[in-house]
Design a protein around this ligand. Structure first.
Ligand SMILES: C[C@@H](O)[C@H](N)C(=O)O
Ligand SMILES: C[C@@H](O)[C@H](N)C(=O)O
Lengths: 165, 165
């Protein structure tokens, strides 16, 4: 499998919610995401980095049409959990690269990051699985971001015509 | 597809590196991850949450045997990028749930979070894709974490015997 990346995707009708300074203890994530499930809000990307000082920050994306309902659900969940600050941003787009070959090759994510850096596109969040790397960028840059990734991974060419490294 | 989760996995020979307060600007992620690719360090999970005040934090996991080399690479990358604090922790394990059905069902991640909360297992980082949710937990809790997830999603039963909701 020469091609670590077989495709790229753009998700644009999402909004991001960030919950900062919530208690970094068992039950916090459950409290937040069960409040969303209870309101039938579909959550796409979830990102939590390691906390500090007893608190942590969690971000996630929801369909833009659900934003108001999601923010309300999370604000009351956070109040019940002991505190935290809820903010949101609709001016986002998610750009992903996907590929089965990615799981066994290093240097794939950094190629995506280079492609975006070369276009001066800021990466505002990152989440990965073994076959996928997703980043959030500002929505005005989404088309440039997708194009940069297509170019980097030669996705506009049929697979047999792409370079091998 | 009744079963949103078809399996769970534990990854335990990994260590986490966190880079805090790096410039939240194009080129930072590329600078960090290209320094690792240059040293042939395989990176597994990457997590970046939304930054604040012009800086952001990025965490990632590497094979435990590569930790020393990875930390050295990242420390010099960070110095070149303008600053940041590098820390690391080997006392981690990654627990994941996987399932094709997850992409179209809400409430799957929160069931995983509930299962861990009920065992008082703290979630130290979260990353997701449409078919996978991965969390970092403290290594001493990894077996409890895997068992809790197995129970929650009835993974010890053959698929046709599992509850439908
Ligand atoms: C921050 C949040 O993930 C918390 N650590 C929990 O376990 O729920
Ligand atoms: C923090 C880091 O992701 C930075 N925003 C970048 O684009 O590289």
């Amino acid at each position: 499998v020469d091609r670590p990346v077989s495709g790229a995707a753009l998700t644009k009708d999402e909004a991001r919610i960030t919950v900062r300074n919530v208690p970094d203890q068992p039950g916090t994530s459950f409290g937040i995401f069960s409040s969303l499930a209870a309101k039938n809000v579909a959550v796409d990307m979830i990102v939590q980095n390691v906390g500090a000082g007893g608190t942590a920050d969690i971000s996630f994306t929801v369909p833009e049409g659900d934003l108001k309902r999601a923010v309300a659900a999370v604000e009351s969940a956070v109040a019940e959990l002991g505190g935290g600050d809820v903010s949101h941003d609709s001016n986002v787009a998610k750009v992903s690269i996907v590929g089965l070959g990615m799981a066994t090759q290093s240097g794939v994510a950094d190629r995506m990051f280079r492609a975006l850096a070369e276009e001066s596109i800021n990466i505002t969040a990152i989440t990965t699985s073994d076959i996928k790397v997703s980043v959030l960028v500002e929505r005005p840059r989404m088309t440039d971001a997708l194009r940069a990734v297509h170019r980097e991974f030669e996705l506009d060419r049929p697979p047999h015509e792409r370079s091998t490294f």
